[in-house]
Design a protein around this ligand. Structure first.
Ligand code: GDP
Length: 316
């Protein structure tokens, strides 16, 4: 990308999109376009085609998606499959019609089979059955990867796909029923501290293992790969290190200053037992994360207190 290239971020309000939007001007990219959901409904093909025709972006970060944690995915599978298929299909095809120079598609580590060997190599893609709690979302993301690869083969486009591990940070979703675990913990432990509670409920057994990447690092990786990667193969983006949900609870408790106990609720789903990405390809390409887990959780917690807690107080 040149500093004056026109860059479109689809999903600039979301966790990853907003991090890319913060990062681009920091690195001197000033010609960035984006639209709110109100201005442009990405599930409507005509609107998307008109937008591309008008704006003619040269580079596209496809970070728009309907996302959610384990409960949201199990409860609203139709919304997850419909919205994601529609959004990505419209954007990828409009990019082709308007000769976008390069597109980066954000996938997810849940595209990999539920029980594949750990750490998960890119080669395990489509080698087994998926985790049922987020199958609809995963199928949509798999279709997105295949669509990018198919367009590259038939139309000679340059559409790359990256598979982030679990992300967290500013602009995360802190709704307890639909969020991912780290945002849920930040909120639960903070509120428990404020209310002086002795226990915090942790879903499942605490045994599953997950890997977490701070979203500003994810944005950095996206910009890096946009400039340094042109392969057909998907690229994992993570740290290559995982921890159990119980250990994660311990770190969030420390960061938020909560001194009580955890109460595990095995009636809630555990989901996939382990999700740890093999990041050798990413490391070979020359990228590595900068933010340690505890440091990232501290930053995310500061953001939560400043933007969510303070706003809630001022709303009363
Ligand atoms: P997943 O990575 O797709 O399974 O999605 P999540 O981030 O929602 O959940 C990760 C793990 O954290 C699962 O084993 C959940 O059961 C566990 N977990 C524990 N407490 C919570 C919570 O309060 N919210 C969420 N979303 N997950 C929790």
């Amino acid at each position: 990308m040149k500093k004056n290239s026109k860059i479109y971020i689809a999903g600039h309000h979301g966790l990853v999109g907003s991090a890319i939007l913060r990062k681009l001007p920091e690195l001197g990219y000033e010609n960035v376009v984006y639209r709110t959901h109100h201005e442009l409904d990405l599930t409507r093909q005509k609107e998307v085609e008109q937008f591309f025709d008008q704006e003619k972006p040269e580079y596209v970060f496809l970070a728009a998606a309907k996302v959610g944690g384990i409960m949201a995915n199990s409860r609203y599978p139709a919304e997850f499959i419909y919205n994601n298929l529609a959004i990505q299909t419209n954007i990828i095809h409009a990019s082709y019609l308007n000769r976008v120079k390069k597109l980066l598609f954000l996938g997810s580590s849940c595209i990999y089979p539920r029980l594949c060997p750990q750490p998960i190599k890119e080669d395990y893609f489509l080698s087994g059955s998926l985790e049922p709690t987020n199958e609809s979302y995963a199928i949509a993301k798999i279709a997105g990867v295949k669509m990018c690869q198919s367009y590259n083969r038939q139309y000679d486009t340059r559409y790359i796909s990256v598979m982030p591990t679990n992300l967290y940070g500013p602009n995360d979703n802190f709704d307890l029923e639909t969020s991912h675990v780290l945002a849920a913990f930040i909120r639960k432990f903070h509120e428990a501290g404020v209310k002086g509670l002795k226990e915090v409920e942790v879903w499942g057994t605490g045994v599953p293992r997950r890997e977490f990447l701070y979203v500003d690092d994810m944005a950095d990786a996206c910009l890096y790969l946009m400039d340094h990667y042109d392969g057909i193969k998907i690229v994992n983006v993570g740290t290559g290190k995982d921890i159990s949900i119980r250990e994660l609870a311990g770190i969030v408790a420390r960061v938020t200053g909560f001194n009580g106990d955890f109460r595990f609720d095995p009636a809630r789903p555990d989901g996939t037992p382990q999700k740890l990405l093999d990041v050798s390809l990413l490391h070979d390409l020359g990228w590595k994360e900068k933010t340690g887990l505890e440091e990232g959780i501290r930053k995310a917690y500061q953001w939560y207190v400043k933007h969510i807690v303070t706003t809630q107080i001022s709303e009363f």
